[in-house]
Design a binder for this molecule. Sequence first.
Ligand SMILES: *[C@@H]1O[C@H](CO)[C@@H](O)[C@H](O)[C@H]1NC(C)=O
Ligand SMILES: *[C@@H]1O[C@H](CO)[C@@H](O)[C@H](O)[C@H]1NC(C)=O
Ligand SMILES: *[C@@H]1O[C@H](CO)[C@@H](O)[C@H](O)[C@H]1NC(C)=O
Ligand SMILES: *[C@@H]1O[C@H](CO)[C@@H](O)[C@H](O)[C@H]1NC(C)=O
Ligand SMILES: *[C@@H]1O[C@H](CO)[C@@H](O)[C@H](O)[C@H]1NC(C)=O
Ligand SMILES: *[C@@H]1O[C@H](CO)[C@@H](O)[C@H](O)[C@H]1NC(C)=O
Ligand SMILES: *[C@@H]1O[C@H](CO)[C@@H](O)[C@H](O)[C@H]1NC(C)=O
Length: 267
Amino acid sequence: MGKLSRTLAELCIAILIIEMLVRTGDASSASSDLHGNDTPFTQKLRHKTNLSQFIWDNSVDLLPQAWNTTFISGVLHGNLNPNFYGDYVLQDAIYCRIVAQLWTELANNATVDKKVRRYANDSISGYEACSVQLFDRWSVKDDGGDNYGVLLQNPVKEYTTYINETMIAHPPNALIATYACLKLWTNLTNELWDIVKDETSNPYRVWVNENRDDGSSAREQAAQMDEWDRKYQWYDWSEALSLYRSAMLNEINFFNHAGNSSKYLSV
Ligand SMILES: *[C@@H]1O[C@H](CO)[C@@H](O)[C@H](O)[C@H]1NC(C)=O
Ligand SMILES: *[C@@H]1O[C@H](CO)[C@@H](O)[C@H](O)[C@H]1NC(C)=O
Ligand SMILES: *[C@@H]1O[C@H](CO)[C@@H](O)[C@H](O)[C@H]1NC(C)=O
Ligand SMILES: *[C@@H]1O[C@H](CO)[C@@H](O)[C@H](O)[C@H]1NC(C)=O
Ligand SMILES: *[C@@H]1O[C@H](CO)[C@@H](O)[C@H](O)[C@H]1NC(C)=O
Ligand SMILES: *[C@@H]1O[C@H](CO)[C@@H](O)[C@H](O)[C@H]1NC(C)=O
Ligand SMILES: *[C@@H]1O[C@H](CO)[C@@H](O)[C@H](O)[C@H]1NC(C)=O
């Protein structure tokens, strides 16, 4: 490398480092105020795409890991241990119940912006229905509140604690933290259906068929976060991406461990 190009390269690296420092500085102060999240990084990107698209496009590198989990790969190949399946479904019901409670807490929180509270209120019933249906079907004791007859295990506990902390720190981020579930779920179940729809001997074909959806919930949530992002600049995009990736990794951990029954199973 010649001297000039080496100097140029050093200059470029210096600029890159300064840019990264500025970006980190912006991100760390991002959640202190509902407004004023608009960093130069965010502004530049908003000209090119929208927030929901940005966080998904920059997380699809995690998809192979999601396919490789105990649950998804077992459903795909029809060889999932049925004990793991049961374990997964019950923990999934608890996930739905706790997220319904989290939306309720947000909807009832008087210090939170009215628009966010309205969205939270509208989100409760879907998650509540998901948990009630699964508990009913599996004959689980359930008072419709936080009293149900299945133990909450680590993967779902960690995942929902993460969502809770995220929404308390900056309420609009509730939409980011819960978007992994909606978007990844739609993507995987539809991909799975394409593969297993003709495989009538796959016992999990039934599950895939019942759980695939048209993606309308994911699209609605995406449209809402994109609207808030444009109108109010409530999101710092680099923070949103990192939160979204954490949610995706929580999904992957859940797909691998569910209620951690694998310690008893040879899955
Ligand atoms: C898939 O999972 C197995 C163990 O569960 C691991 O050994 C392997 O490296 C994983 N492959 C990918 C591509 O993540
Ligand atoms: C969410 O966190 C708050 C504060 O730590 C806590 O009071 C509340 O019980 C949590 N909600 C749920 C559903 O775990
Ligand atoms: C919350 O949603 C329910 C329907 O799910 C509706 O009846 C109620 O009016 C809503 N409350 C507020 C404050 O928007
Ligand atoms: C599963 O259980 C084992 C033994 O109790 C524990 O060490 C491990 O951390 C658990 N894993 C998860 C993902 O909860
Ligand atoms: C209400 O929201 C504020 C702001 O996010 C948060 O600090 C507070 O802990 C929340 N209160 C409850 C009861 O969740
Ligand atoms: C799932 O996401 C990938 C990556 O964005 C995309 O290529 C694929 O078409 C999606 N599949 C479905 C069924 O939406
Ligand atoms: C976000 O952008 C993508 C393309 O980048 C587009 O397909 C999608 O419809 C947009 N979503 C919204 C809610 O505008």
